[in-house]
Design a protein. Sequence first.
Length: 542
Amino acid sequence: MLLLSWEIIQKSPHLAFPAMNGTHLTPKPFAFIQARLGSTRLPGKVLLELPEGSGVTILDHIFNRLIQILPKERIVFLIPEIDLGLKDFLNRRGYLWFAGSETDVRERYILAAETFGAKDIIRLTGDNPFIDIHSVELLMESICHLQTEKYCLSFLNLPLGMGAECFSYEALVNEKDTKTEPRHREHVSLHIKEDLEKYSVYRLVPPYLNSKDMEESDQIRMTIDEPSDLKLANLVWKELGDKFPFFGSKEVIELYRKKPNLFLENESVKQVRFSLPKSEFGKKKIHIQYGDPKQFGSGHFDRCQSLSIELQMNGYSVSMDTKYQPGADAFLLDARETVPEDETVFLIDNLEYKNRKNPYLFLLPHPSVEWEDKNHFSFYTSPLIDSYRNEEKVTGDWFIYAGALNEVYSDSLDRYLTEVLSPKWGIGNITRVGGTKPKLSNIRYYSRLAKADYMKRISKSEGFISYFGQSTLEAIYMKKKVAIFGMTEIHKELGMFLSKKIEIPYLGEPKNWIHPPDICLSPRLGLDRNAQNVILNWLKTL
């Protein structure tokens, strides 16, 4: 097998493609944020401004982060019935809320779930302003791979106060009349995590953190219970918030590494912890080695994150790195030019496939690999992409990804977009991510976006322009008009190859733009996401 396409799949009886597993295809979880004004150590903390005088409260920070990945109608604050001041605040902000028992928080969640029809619940608390929204997004992705109705999902090794957990209504409501001890009423999901036989409890490893990150995250406290916690939160915001308001665990850990003395501010604050059963023995260890994003772009890393989540949900212990890490039972190598050092390896997009006996897939097209059917192609991406496919597009809106283009090339791209492409293709609004800040005022610019916001903006656009990579296929999958340019000589070769194969416009390079065709059409290419089954089936043979 050379390049994986639907036609090849049909002709290859040795490749088994079962139906997509799991009870959820397009999950629609609700974020329930429990909040109250009656904190004993720091009264009214959820309405304190951060930073002081900004007008942005702790609850605003939580909402502003969640709205990046969830619609407003699925973000709900769960508050005590007696908190009239909190109700007034939430009404003024236009936030959704549900009021229930002050002491029986679990009952508050159950009634809220029944009121809003929530089958999957992401639980957050109102004293964690800097929730890692990437971890929440990956929890949502994990739901797509579930094969059980009574579950609880969470990530290990995140800084305290930056994580969340997700569980089903079925697990939440189960045993509500028998598990009535105070700890079960106050700590919503404790009854689930205490019983590993009755419930499926997944404690996942965040694929975007390395082993050193995870060790250091244990030293970091980002929840707010006492004045020293609030002081640290202000210091962290001052360091990170102005540059990237939705910073996550990775950025906080890097700050801890650079300025450890900042985090001495609240190191003496104690946290209530529960001893919970663990069942982590007997798992096969899989190491994923991906192409370094600095050399090969972010596409390898992005899809390997999703692959890591899927493998963990299928019972494997998974680690990820740009370098070979010995000691695993099997290796997945997702990189073009790296030669694997272990025989038990599955090659993904690796150009050494002809010289080795290992199983392999190509999930991005390449000139050196035969492509038998130009009408179909199977690639790998987050299953959450399907939740964006039905977004209503805005005619005239085009989304551009410029990666690491320098100032000269970014300016050249902007002039080309405005002076040449806009009048030819009816482009009214241009949003560009990456490159340097535009000099033209008519271009909306972001230096970076959270993955969910990135996908949302592609889904709402009429067209997408970038250099060759994972995002190009994702845009095609979402049925967008697509054009491609050459950022480097390698991208030029790949872009011209893909353009010829699927008949999309190749626009040239920033130093030598090509006069474009009069119209840009959506490519007639059938893309599917069945590729992951090949990898899973191989792992089952080990």
